[in-house]
Design a protein around this ligand. Structure first.
Ligand code: DAT
Ligand code: MG
Length: 168
């Protein structure tokens, strides 16, 4: 019910998330945090030229994870996915920039690490689909839903990057 309300809200309340203001939701999963990959992952997004607008370390309640992965609720791996995602803290982030949703998915690699090219995060740092270290929104619409599910407005920061004119 809350999720339905949030999706409707996200659909009609899109505060100019296009062009250089496009945003995506990225999470370093519990295995990524345990394996000390947070710095490496943040480094890749920073160096690419994207802007960090939200960041927190959080042990995520199962009900939020069930909403987050609602589309996969009938998959056989759903309950193990929820157990894995709630097994330790995750780092939830919002990154902003031109075509950030599509580009972040490229930087992540494929869902199955075995299909992910070297140079991608999943291609470089993991081997199994059930422990693939990172989440990234798959479309602008899911990014909007996921950001409103994981972050309060007050946790999203508006700031001017001093390197902006060297990137755009
Ligand atoms: P992605 O995370 O690349 O967007 P997805 O949305 O299809 O992939 O699935 C969400 C997560 O569920 C994925 O990151 C890992 C897990 N998953 C997907 N397919 C799986 C499978 N066949 N076995 C186990 N876990 C799977
Ligand atoms: Mg997905």
């Amino acid at each position: 019910m809350i999720f339905l309300f949030m999706s409707i809200f996200a659909r009609f309340f899109q505060p100019g998330w296009t062009g250089v203001n496009e945003r995506t939701f990225i999470a370093v999963k519990p295995d990524g945090v345990q394996r000390k990959l947070v710095g490496e992952i943040v480094r890749r997004f920073e160096k690419k030229g994207f802007k960090l607008v939200g960041f927190k370390l959080e042990q995520v309640p199962e009900d939020l994870l069930r909403e987050h992965y609602w589309d996969l609720r009938n998959k056989p791996f759903f309950s193990s996915l929820i157990r894995y995602m709630s097994s330790g803290p995750v780092v939830a982030m919002v990154w902003q920039g031109l075509d950030v949703v599509k580009t972040a998915r490229k930087m992540l690699g494929e869902t199955n690490p075995a299909d992910s090219l070297p140079g991608t995060i999943r291609g470089d740092f993991c081997v199994e689909v059930g422990k693939n270290v990172i989440h990234g929104s798959d479309s602008v619409e899911s990014a909007q839903k996921e950001i409103s599910l994981w972050f309060r407005q007050s946790e999203l920061h508006h700031w001017e990057s001093s390197s902006r004119n060297w990137i755009y």
